[in-house]
Design a protein around this ligand. Structure first.
Ligand code: UGC
Ligand code: NI
Length: 176
């Protein structure tokens, strides 16, 4: 299996795949007489295709054991899908650009602190990869008629082990 490099999750690096939902760098302003700060419009929710409607879900992800094998990818051709962790937690995000899946274009990110992601419509991704402990995520995606999940097996799986996570953490520390 091919080792898959993991990089720290950042808005710039993740831009080809969707939005990073985090407070740093977000537009925000006081509301409710100054008693609350609104972090505004953090991601593009795109679920109206073919009469879709937004769903608010909770995904309780079981921790994945390392090394993790990436042997398939999926996409949602009719809608975006956002994952917001309930609390600070590390988790892995594995994506590839929309269109025909290029297995060589698969890339991985490590979330640190409190970061959510919003996959844009049609972006290839691996199903939720929680780490270390059972982790709850608010998930905002599309409900409605129509086929909204394509899955593809990877002829040559990728693998993520502890050393890749450690390299991503070190890179994150350097960026800070
Ligand atoms: N199947 C499902 O609802 N979850 C996946 O889409 C996922 O990205 O985790
Ligand atoms: Ni998905």
């Amino acid at each position: 299996m091919r080792p898959l490099r993991v990089e720290p999750l950042s808005r710039a690096a993740f831009a080809p795949f969707g939005d990073v939902i985090e407070l740093a760098g977000a537009r925000h302003y006081p509301i409710n007489g100054g008693s609350c700060e609104r972090y505004h419009d953090l991601a593009q929710v795109d679920v109206a295709e073919q009469g879709g409607r937004p769903l608010i879900n909770v995904f309780r992800g079981q921790a994945r054991d390392l090394p993790i094998t990436i042997s398939m990818m999926e996409r949602h051709p009719l809608g975006s899908q956002a994952f917001l962790p309930l609390g600070e937690t590390e988790y892995l995000i594995v994506v590839a650009p929309p269109g025909e899946l290029d297995p060589a274009a698969v890339c991985a990110f490590l979330s640190t602190g409190w970061q959510g992601v919003n996959y844009h419509r049609g972006v290839w991704h691996h199903p939720l990869l929680a780490l270390h402990h059972t982790s709850d995520f608010i998930v905002v995606d599309r409900g409605g008629q129509g086929h909204n999940c394509d899955e593809v097996a990877l002829a040559e799986p990728w693998q993520i082990d502890l050393s890749m996570l450690q390299a991503a953490r070190a890179a994150q520390t350097e960026q800070n």
